[in-house]
Design a protein. Structure first.
Length: 235
């Protein structure tokens, strides 16, 4: 399949209701409003195809950019490729659920994420923290430096309340993910969650929401879900 064929199939799958949901979360035109599950039949035709993924991502169409993440070959992507992708990710559903997810399957994931976390830019920081969540929730604990993850928990503890709004979500999720999926630091994550307490996230058009990692970790404990690892990062 070529770019034109994929775009035609995506457009045919678009629904106004889904489009409006995406817009309410920050997406803007161009987009079709395709439910992610509806993309699987197209993937069966394209398979992994990095050149096509690059063409789709460059369209600026949200649905095409999302599908690009599904068919991308992360191990074939360079740091410059990921920088280009994150620069074009204009809201969190792209930064955290397309770019970060794709990066999490690359060998350079931690190095790139570290740079993004230190960037001071909201969506780069969000993508960096989110990528670590995908990594910790998928890869064996031995692939991570316990000292490094512990230091990252300290950074979250000391900076989360003053961080950009979208980054707060990813940092809070990092505490939760360490607490559930990285057993060596479960206790430290619980301690960090309690020390951080409720995290207020402000919204432009509605009331603030409050995040509480300690409650989420406890629910996982109650469900005996500690040590959870997902088989695949991408669908």
């Amino acid at each position: 399949m070529n770019l034109e064929m994929v775009m035609q199939e995506l457009e045919a799958l678009g629904k106004e209701r889904t489009k409006n949901i995406y817009k309410s979360n920050g997406a803007h035109e161009p987009l079709f409003g395709v439910a992610t599950g509806e993309m699987k039949p197209i993937f069966k035709k394209t398979k992994i195809n990095q050149p096509l993924a690059e063409q789709l991502y460059a369209t600026g169409n949200y649905d095409a950019m999302y599908f690009a993440g599904i068919i991308a070959d992360p191990k074939a992507m360079t740091e410059a490729d990921f920088e280009r992708w994150i620069d074009a990710a204009y809201f969190y559903m792209l930064s955290d659920f397309v770019v970060a997810v794709t990066l999490a399957e690359a060998d350079i994931a931690q190095g790139v994420s570290d740079k993004w976390i230190a960037s001071g830019e909201e969506l780069k920081m969000s993508a960096g923290w989110s990528c670590y969540c995908w990594l910790l929730g998928n890869r064996p604990d031995v692939e991570f430096s316990e000292t490094k993850i512990a230091n990252m928990l300290e950074i979250v503890r000391n900076t989360i309340h003053d961080s950009p709004e979208r980054t707060k979500y990813a940092m809070n999720n990092f505490i939760y993910t360490v607490g559930v999926s990285y057993l060596p630091l479960h206790d430290k994550a619980v301690e960090t969650a309690k020390a951080v307490g409720p995290v207020e996230v402000k919204h432009e058009k509605k009331k603030s929401s409050f995040l509480l990692a300690s409650e989420r970790i406890q629910k996982a404990v109650d469900k005996e879900a500690l040590g959870f690892k997902r088989k695949h990062v991408r669908c």
